[in-house]
Design a protein around this ligand. Structure first.
Ligand code: PLP
Length: 366
Protein backbone atom coordinates (compact mmCIF):
# COMPACT_ATOMS: atom_id res chain seq x y z
CA UNK A 1 0.00 0.00 0.00
CA UNK A 2 1.40 3.35 -1.00
CA UNK A 3 0.51 6.33 1.13
CA UNK A 4 1.99 9.50 2.58
CA UNK A 5 4.15 9.29 5.68
CA UNK A 6 2.03 9.02 8.83
CA UNK A 7 3.70 11.06 11.58
CA UNK A 8 3.44 10.02 15.22
CA UNK A 9 1.89 13.43 15.92
CA UNK A 10 0.85 16.51 14.02
CA UNK A 11 -1.05 19.50 15.44
CA UNK A 12 -4.61 19.91 14.27
CA UNK A 13 -5.92 23.43 13.77
CA UNK A 14 -8.86 24.15 11.47
CA UNK A 15 -10.71 27.11 10.03
CA UNK A 16 -12.44 27.95 13.33
CA UNK A 17 -9.13 28.87 15.00
CA UNK A 18 -8.15 31.00 12.01
CA UNK A 19 -11.53 32.76 11.96
CA UNK A 20 -11.43 33.48 15.69
CA UNK A 21 -7.96 34.96 15.29
CA UNK A 22 -8.79 37.10 12.25
CA UNK A 23 -11.97 38.38 13.89
CA UNK A 24 -9.97 39.44 16.91
CA UNK A 25 -7.27 41.14 14.85
CA UNK A 26 -9.95 43.11 12.99
CA UNK A 27 -11.71 44.16 16.19
CA UNK A 28 -9.13 44.72 18.88
CA UNK A 29 -5.49 45.48 19.26
CA UNK A 30 -4.67 44.71 22.84
CA UNK A 31 -2.84 41.45 22.13
CA UNK A 32 -1.61 40.86 25.66
CA UNK A 33 -3.97 39.01 27.97
CA UNK A 34 -7.38 40.58 28.45
CA UNK A 35 -10.99 39.59 27.71
CA UNK A 36 -10.27 36.67 25.39
CA UNK A 37 -7.88 35.28 27.96
CA UNK A 38 -10.50 35.70 30.67
CA UNK A 39 -13.00 33.84 28.56
CA UNK A 40 -10.55 31.02 27.85
CA UNK A 41 -9.88 30.76 31.58
CA UNK A 42 -13.62 30.65 32.17
CA UNK A 43 -13.94 27.76 29.67
CA UNK A 44 -11.22 25.78 31.45
CA UNK A 45 -12.68 26.43 34.91
CA UNK A 46 -16.14 25.45 33.72
CA UNK A 47 -14.98 22.28 31.97
CA UNK A 48 -12.82 21.06 34.85
CA UNK A 49 -15.22 22.23 37.57
CA UNK A 50 -12.45 24.21 39.27
CA UNK A 51 -13.16 27.51 40.99
CA UNK A 52 -10.17 29.25 39.38
CA UNK A 53 -8.23 28.76 36.14
CA UNK A 54 -5.15 30.86 35.46
CA UNK A 55 -3.35 30.62 32.13
CA UNK A 56 0.40 31.06 31.68
CA UNK A 57 3.07 30.66 28.98
CA UNK A 58 3.46 26.90 29.16
CA UNK A 59 2.97 23.75 31.22
CA UNK A 60 6.48 23.89 32.71
CA UNK A 61 6.40 27.39 34.10
CA UNK A 62 2.94 26.58 35.45
CA UNK A 63 4.54 23.90 37.66
CA UNK A 64 7.27 26.30 38.76
CA UNK A 65 4.64 28.87 39.72
CA UNK A 66 2.67 26.21 41.57
CA UNK A 67 5.78 25.36 43.59
CA UNK A 68 6.50 29.04 44.35
CA UNK A 69 2.87 29.61 45.36
CA UNK A 70 3.20 26.75 47.84
CA UNK A 71 6.39 28.31 49.27
CA UNK A 72 8.76 25.61 48.05
CA UNK A 73 12.25 26.91 48.79
CA UNK A 74 15.71 26.22 47.36
CA UNK A 75 16.99 22.98 48.94
CA UNK A 76 13.50 21.57 49.57
CA UNK A 77 12.71 18.10 48.23
CA UNK A 78 9.81 17.42 45.90
CA UNK A 79 8.74 13.88 44.97
CA UNK A 80 8.44 13.39 41.20
CA UNK A 81 7.89 10.23 39.14
CA UNK A 82 10.92 8.71 37.46
CA UNK A 83 8.75 8.28 34.37
CA UNK A 84 7.54 11.68 33.14
CA UNK A 85 8.38 14.41 30.68
CA UNK A 86 11.55 16.08 31.90
CA UNK A 87 9.61 19.33 32.45
CA UNK A 88 8.25 17.94 35.73
CA UNK A 89 11.58 17.76 37.61
CA UNK A 90 13.07 20.70 35.69
CA UNK A 91 10.24 22.96 36.81
CA UNK A 92 11.38 22.76 40.41
CA UNK A 93 15.12 22.66 39.66
CA UNK A 94 14.53 26.14 38.25
CA UNK A 95 13.92 27.42 41.78
CA UNK A 96 16.72 25.35 43.35
CA UNK A 97 14.51 22.61 44.82
CA UNK A 98 15.53 18.94 44.51
CA UNK A 99 13.44 16.45 42.58
CA UNK A 100 13.37 13.10 44.38
CA UNK A 101 12.74 10.40 41.81
CA UNK A 102 10.25 7.67 42.68
CA UNK A 103 9.26 4.71 40.53
CA UNK A 104 5.81 4.29 39.01
CA UNK A 105 2.99 1.76 38.85
CA UNK A 106 3.49 -0.72 36.00
CA UNK A 107 -0.15 -0.46 34.85
CA UNK A 108 -0.44 3.34 34.73
CA UNK A 109 3.10 4.82 34.96
CA UNK A 110 1.83 7.02 37.79
CA UNK A 111 3.74 7.38 41.10
CA UNK A 112 3.85 4.17 43.13
CA UNK A 113 2.24 5.18 46.42
CA UNK A 114 4.23 2.71 48.55
CA UNK A 115 7.47 3.97 47.06
CA UNK A 116 6.30 7.54 47.74
CA UNK A 117 5.65 6.68 51.40
CA UNK A 118 9.13 5.26 51.89
CA UNK A 119 10.73 8.26 50.16
CA UNK A 120 9.19 10.92 52.40
CA UNK A 121 11.55 12.78 54.74
CA UNK A 122 11.45 15.97 56.77
CA UNK A 123 12.74 17.76 53.68
CA UNK A 124 9.82 16.66 51.46
CA UNK A 125 7.69 19.71 50.78
CA UNK A 126 5.46 18.57 47.89
CA UNK A 127 4.47 15.63 45.72
CA UNK A 128 4.14 16.16 41.98
CA UNK A 129 1.61 13.63 40.81
CA UNK A 130 1.70 13.17 37.04
CA UNK A 131 -1.41 11.56 35.55
CA UNK A 132 0.46 9.82 32.73
CA UNK A 133 -1.62 9.90 29.54
CA UNK A 134 -4.86 10.75 31.34
CA UNK A 135 -4.76 7.71 33.64
CA UNK A 136 -5.62 7.54 37.34
CA UNK A 137 -3.47 5.65 39.85
CA UNK A 138 -4.44 2.01 40.48
CA UNK A 139 -3.70 2.73 44.15
CA UNK A 140 -6.66 5.14 44.16
CA UNK A 141 -6.46 8.91 44.06
CA UNK A 142 -8.18 9.04 47.45
CA UNK A 143 -5.18 7.26 49.00
CA UNK A 144 -2.86 9.96 47.67
CA UNK A 145 -5.23 12.52 49.18
CA UNK A 146 -5.18 10.68 52.54
CA UNK A 147 -1.39 10.57 52.43
CA UNK A 148 -1.31 14.31 51.77
CA UNK A 149 -3.79 15.02 54.58
CA UNK A 150 -1.91 12.77 57.05
CA UNK A 151 1.52 14.24 56.30
CA UNK A 152 0.58 17.82 55.44
CA UNK A 153 2.56 17.50 52.22
CA UNK A 154 0.64 19.14 49.37
CA UNK A 155 0.03 17.50 46.01
CA UNK A 156 0.65 19.44 42.83
CA UNK A 157 -0.97 17.60 39.95
CA UNK A 158 0.92 17.70 36.68
CA UNK A 159 -2.08 17.00 34.45
CA UNK A 160 -0.32 18.26 31.30
CA UNK A 161 -1.51 15.22 29.33
CA UNK A 162 -4.94 14.88 30.90
CA UNK A 163 -7.38 17.55 29.74
CA UNK A 164 -10.68 15.70 29.29
CA UNK A 165 -9.81 12.82 31.62
CA UNK A 166 -11.47 12.19 34.96
CA UNK A 167 -10.86 10.27 38.17
CA UNK A 168 -13.21 7.31 38.73
CA UNK A 169 -15.18 9.47 41.21
CA UNK A 170 -16.02 11.93 38.41
CA UNK A 171 -13.70 14.78 39.35
CA UNK A 172 -11.57 16.13 36.54
CA UNK A 173 -7.91 15.12 36.81
CA UNK A 174 -6.00 18.02 38.32
CA UNK A 175 -8.61 18.62 41.02
CA UNK A 176 -7.31 16.25 43.67
CA UNK A 177 -4.19 18.29 44.31
CA UNK A 178 -4.24 21.79 45.73
CA UNK A 179 -3.14 22.93 42.26
CA UNK A 180 -3.53 21.16 38.90
CA UNK A 181 -1.47 22.08 35.86
CA UNK A 182 -2.16 21.62 32.13
CA UNK A 183 -0.15 22.13 28.97
CA UNK A 184 -1.34 23.43 25.61
CA UNK A 185 1.83 22.73 23.63
CA UNK A 186 1.25 21.59 20.05
CA UNK A 187 0.89 17.84 20.62
CA UNK A 188 -1.63 18.17 23.47
CA UNK A 189 -5.38 17.43 23.45
CA UNK A 190 -5.95 21.12 22.71
CA UNK A 191 -3.19 23.53 21.82
CA UNK A 192 -2.48 27.24 21.77
CA UNK A 193 0.99 26.68 20.25
CA UNK A 194 2.56 27.08 23.68
CA UNK A 195 0.53 27.59 26.83
CA UNK A 196 -0.40 26.23 30.21
CA UNK A 197 -3.12 26.54 32.82
CA UNK A 198 -3.34 26.17 36.57
CA UNK A 199 -6.56 25.22 38.32
CA UNK A 200 -7.33 25.48 42.00
CA UNK A 201 -10.30 25.85 44.35
CA UNK A 202 -8.21 27.82 46.84
CA UNK A 203 -8.84 31.60 46.63
CA UNK A 204 -5.58 32.49 48.37
CA UNK A 205 -3.48 30.25 46.11
CA UNK A 206 -5.29 31.59 43.02
CA UNK A 207 -4.60 35.16 44.02
CA UNK A 208 -0.93 34.33 44.64
CA UNK A 209 -0.64 32.66 41.23
CA UNK A 210 -2.23 35.65 39.47
CA UNK A 211 0.25 38.01 41.09
CA UNK A 212 3.22 35.75 40.45
CA UNK A 213 2.55 35.66 36.72
CA UNK A 214 2.07 39.46 36.51
CA UNK A 215 5.09 41.09 38.19
CA UNK A 216 3.47 40.85 41.63
CA UNK A 217 0.81 43.40 40.68
CA UNK A 218 -2.26 43.72 42.87
CA UNK A 219 -4.35 44.47 39.76
CA UNK A 220 -3.83 45.14 36.06
CA UNK A 221 -2.71 48.63 35.06
CA UNK A 222 -0.93 49.57 38.29
CA UNK A 223 2.77 49.78 39.00
CA UNK A 224 2.64 49.09 42.70
CA UNK A 225 4.18 45.70 43.46
CA UNK A 226 3.49 44.47 47.00
CA UNK A 227 5.11 41.10 46.27
CA UNK A 228 7.70 39.65 43.93
CA UNK A 229 6.37 38.45 40.62
CA UNK A 230 7.49 37.75 37.10
CA UNK A 231 6.07 37.83 33.59
CA UNK A 232 4.46 34.54 32.66
CA UNK A 233 1.42 36.02 30.99
CA UNK A 234 -0.62 34.67 28.12
CA UNK A 235 -1.66 36.55 24.97
CA UNK A 236 -5.05 37.27 23.44
CA UNK A 237 -3.82 35.61 20.24
CA UNK A 238 -3.25 32.31 22.05
CA UNK A 239 -6.58 32.72 23.82
CA UNK A 240 -8.44 33.07 20.47
CA UNK A 241 -7.01 29.74 19.34
CA UNK A 242 -7.68 28.16 22.73
CA UNK A 243 -11.31 29.32 22.74
CA UNK A 244 -11.91 27.71 19.34
CA UNK A 245 -10.13 24.54 20.44
CA UNK A 246 -12.14 24.31 23.67
CA UNK A 247 -15.36 24.49 21.65
CA UNK A 248 -14.21 21.37 19.81
CA UNK A 249 -12.87 19.58 22.87
CA UNK A 250 -15.60 16.97 23.15
CA UNK A 251 -15.15 15.95 19.49
CA UNK A 252 -11.39 15.77 19.91
CA UNK A 253 -11.73 13.59 23.01
CA UNK A 254 -14.19 11.32 21.25
CA UNK A 255 -11.77 10.82 18.37
CA UNK A 256 -8.85 10.04 20.72
CA UNK A 257 -10.98 7.39 22.38
CA UNK A 258 -12.04 5.81 19.11
CA UNK A 259 -8.44 5.76 17.86
CA UNK A 260 -7.39 3.92 21.02
CA UNK A 261 -10.31 1.48 20.71
CA UNK A 262 -9.39 0.62 17.12
CA UNK A 263 -5.73 0.04 18.02
CA UNK A 264 -6.86 -2.07 21.00
CA UNK A 265 -9.08 -4.28 18.84
CA UNK A 266 -6.41 -4.80 16.19
CA UNK A 267 -3.33 -5.17 18.39
CA UNK A 268 -4.71 -7.74 20.82
CA UNK A 269 -3.45 -10.46 18.45
CA UNK A 270 0.11 -9.07 18.42
CA UNK A 271 2.87 -9.04 21.07
CA UNK A 272 2.38 -5.27 21.39
CA UNK A 273 0.66 -4.42 24.65
CA UNK A 274 -1.23 -1.12 24.71
CA UNK A 275 -1.68 0.56 28.08
CA UNK A 276 -5.26 0.08 29.24
CA UNK A 277 -7.70 2.96 29.51
CA UNK A 278 -11.20 3.10 30.88
CA UNK A 279 -12.76 5.12 28.09
CA UNK A 280 -15.70 6.09 30.32
CA UNK A 281 -13.38 8.42 32.20
CA UNK A 282 -10.13 8.62 30.29
CA UNK A 283 -9.17 10.06 26.90
CA UNK A 284 -5.73 8.75 25.96
CA UNK A 285 -3.56 11.54 24.61
CA UNK A 286 -0.84 9.38 23.02
CA UNK A 287 -1.32 5.71 22.14
CA UNK A 288 1.32 4.22 24.43
CA UNK A 289 2.39 0.60 24.44
CA UNK A 290 5.06 -1.87 25.41
CA UNK A 291 6.62 -3.24 22.25
CA UNK A 292 9.08 -6.16 22.23
CA UNK A 293 12.01 -5.49 19.86
CA UNK A 294 11.01 -1.83 19.99
CA UNK A 295 13.91 -0.39 17.98
CA UNK A 296 13.50 -2.93 15.17
CA UNK A 297 9.74 -2.40 15.09
CA UNK A 298 10.18 1.36 14.94
CA UNK A 299 12.61 1.09 12.01
CA UNK A 300 10.34 -1.39 10.25
CA UNK A 301 7.37 0.94 10.61
CA UNK A 302 9.40 3.91 9.46
CA UNK A 303 10.31 2.08 6.27
CA UNK A 304 6.57 1.53 5.77
CA UNK A 305 5.96 5.28 6.15
CA UNK A 306 4.84 5.22 9.78
CA UNK A 307 6.30 7.44 12.49
CA UNK A 308 6.63 6.33 16.12
CA UNK A 309 8.28 7.88 19.16
CA UNK A 310 10.29 6.27 21.94
CA UNK A 311 8.63 6.91 25.33
CA UNK A 312 10.43 8.89 28.04
CA UNK A 313 13.61 7.27 29.33
CA UNK A 314 13.92 6.97 33.14
CA UNK A 315 14.62 10.50 34.38
CA UNK A 316 17.39 9.40 36.77
CA UNK A 317 19.37 8.10 33.77
CA UNK A 318 18.95 11.26 31.70
CA UNK A 319 22.37 12.92 31.25
CA UNK A 320 20.88 16.10 32.78
CA UNK A 321 20.45 14.22 36.10
CA UNK A 322 22.50 11.03 35.95
CA UNK A 323 21.58 9.71 39.41
CA UNK A 324 21.91 6.09 40.50
CA UNK A 325 18.88 4.22 41.80
CA UNK A 326 16.71 1.14 41.37
CA UNK A 327 13.65 1.97 39.27
CA UNK A 328 12.55 -1.26 37.57
CA UNK A 329 9.31 0.02 36.03
CA UNK A 330 10.59 3.25 34.52
CA UNK A 331 13.73 1.44 33.39
CA UNK A 332 11.65 -1.21 31.64
CA UNK A 333 9.57 1.49 29.91
CA UNK A 334 12.85 3.06 28.83
CA UNK A 335 13.53 -0.22 27.01
CA UNK A 336 10.13 -1.13 25.59
CA UNK A 337 7.84 1.94 25.67
CA UNK A 338 6.67 3.21 22.29
CA UNK A 339 4.15 5.81 21.16
CA UNK A 340 2.20 4.91 18.04
CA UNK A 341 0.70 7.53 15.70
CA UNK A 342 -1.81 9.39 17.86
CA UNK A 343 -2.97 12.53 16.08
CA UNK A 344 -6.64 13.44 16.03
CA UNK A 345 -6.70 13.55 12.23
CA UNK A 346 -5.52 9.92 11.93
CA UNK A 347 -8.03 8.01 9.80
CA UNK A 348 -9.39 4.52 10.52
CA UNK A 349 -7.78 3.35 7.31
CA UNK A 350 -4.38 4.61 8.51
CA UNK A 351 -4.81 2.83 11.86
CA UNK A 352 -5.61 -0.41 10.01
CA UNK A 353 -2.52 0.08 7.86
CA UNK A 354 -0.34 0.69 10.95
CA UNK A 355 -1.71 -2.38 12.73
CA UNK A 356 -1.29 -4.65 9.74
CA UNK A 357 2.36 -3.56 9.51
CA UNK A 358 2.88 -4.25 13.22
CA UNK A 359 1.34 -7.66 12.73
CA UNK A 360 3.55 -8.37 9.73
CA UNK A 361 6.69 -7.30 11.61
CA UNK A 362 6.10 -9.80 14.40
CA UNK A 363 5.01 -12.57 12.03
CA UNK A 364 8.19 -12.09 10.00
CA UNK A 365 10.60 -11.73 12.88
CA UNK A 366 9.31 -14.14 15.54
C1 PLP B 1 3.77 15.49 32.02
C2 PLP B 1 4.20 16.80 31.43
N1 PLP B 1 4.52 17.81 32.24
C3 PLP B 1 4.89 19.01 31.76
C4 PLP B 1 4.97 19.23 30.40
C5 PLP B 1 5.48 20.55 29.92
O1 PLP B 1 4.52 21.30 29.23
P1 PLP B 1 5.00 22.45 28.24
O2 PLP B 1 5.57 21.80 27.04
O3 PLP B 1 3.72 23.19 27.95
O4 PLP B 1 5.98 23.29 28.96
C6 PLP B 1 4.65 18.22 29.51
C7 PLP B 1 4.72 18.44 28.05
O5 PLP B 1 4.76 17.51 27.26
C8 PLP B 1 4.24 16.96 30.03
O6 PLP B 1 3.92 15.94 29.22
Amino acid sequence: MNQDFIPQMRPFFEKEEKEELIKYLDEDGFYTEFRKTEYFEHQIAEFTGAKHAIVVNNGTVSLTLAAIALDIQPGDDVIVPNYTMIATPNSIRMIGANPIFVDVEPETLILDIDAVRTSLTAKTKAIMLVSANGRSPVAGIENFEHLSADTGIPIIEDAAQSLGSFFPDGRHIGRAGIIGSFSFSTPKIISTGQGGALITDDDHVASKLRKLKDFGREAGGTDIHPTLGYNFKFTELQACIGIAQMRKLSGRLKRKKSIWRRYWDHLSVTPVSLFQHDLNVCAPWFMDCRAPKREDLSLYLESAGIGTRIMYPPINSQPAYNKPGYYPVSREIGESGLWLPSMIQLSDQQIDYICSNINRFYNDTY
